[in-house]
Design a protein around this ligand. Structure first.
Ligand SMILES: Cc1cc2nc3c(=O)[nH]c(=O)nc-3n(C[C@H](O)[C@H](O)[C@H](O)COP(=O)(O)O)c2cc1C
Length: 212
């Protein structure tokens, strides 16, 4: 099948402005809950994080959503990575969820803040030991000479923290994306999809339908 002629008809569901929750965080929880309950839907908490460099070059990669509440969307990474520098530099990010099995996409745009050290410590402590060691071993986004070098650094970190808890490196922690706009997309027949956007209006959210 060529990608030129591969087409899916979307007809699983609908999203009406009137049925969408008044609060986009509640609407997000509704859809996330359905994604989590859908059998066989891989990595339901995977999302694309889009950043922009000082020169205006956008870049995107997947990370795992580790928390969501009325304050925003939380994920964890290396503050010295490419995304870390771009998030700190621009102070803004775009998030994207795509759940193909549900024919749904969610966009979130907003400003970015680092989590408090204690919040990052709490999360880091829950990670398996190997994952914590890799935070020490891997200079995320840097060019490295070989995989062997990374394995050596893992072994070094393992020896260094033998018999003790692996502490959180200060260059590793969480970000929170504080949303200023949301868009919920539900695929429909003949490409006449539903798009419900939420924009900040003082302390409230205004809901509007966008053309597909
Ligand atoms: C399913 C999946 C989950 C991922 N989760 C994370 C994550 O939670 N944090 C993270 O830093 N990188 C995660 N990554 C790796 C990133 O996509 C990316 O390769 C890495 O963070 C380096 O990105 P950067 O060089 O743009 O900073 C994940 C990748 C995939 C495919």
């Amino acid at each position: 099948m060529s990608i030129r002629d591969s087409r899916t008809t979307y007809e699983k569901s609908a999203l009406d402005e009137a049925d969408a929750a008044a609060d986009p965080h509640a609407q997000f929880e509704r859809w996330l809950g359905e994604a989590l309950e859908t059998d066989g839907l891989p990595e339901p908490n995977a999302m694309t994080v889009a950043t922009v460099s000082a020169g205006g070059q956008p870049s995107a990669r997947i990370v795992l959503l580790r928390g969501h509440d009325a304050r925003g969307f939380v994920f964890f990474t290396n503050y010295d990575s490419r995304k870390g520098h771009e998030l700190d530099g621009a102070g803004r990010a775009g998030l994207l969820f795509f759940w193909a099995a549900l024919e749904r996409q969610i966009r979130v745009d907003g400003r970015v803040e680092r989590l408090d050290a204690t919040e990052s410590d709490d999360y880091f402590a829950r990670r398996p030991r190997g994952h914590r060691l890799s935070a020490w071993a891997s200079p995320q986004s840097a060019v490295v000479p070989s995989r062997a070098m990374l394995e050596e650094r893992m072994a070094d970190a393992d020896r260094r923290f033998a018999g003790e808890d692996v502490p959180r490196p200060d260059y590793w922690g969480g970000y929170r994306v504080v949303p200023e706009a949301f868009e919920f997309w539900q695929g429909r027949r003949n490409r006449v999809h539903d798009r419900v956007a939420y924009v900040r209006d003082g302390d409230a959210w205004r809901r509007e339908r966008l053309a597909p």
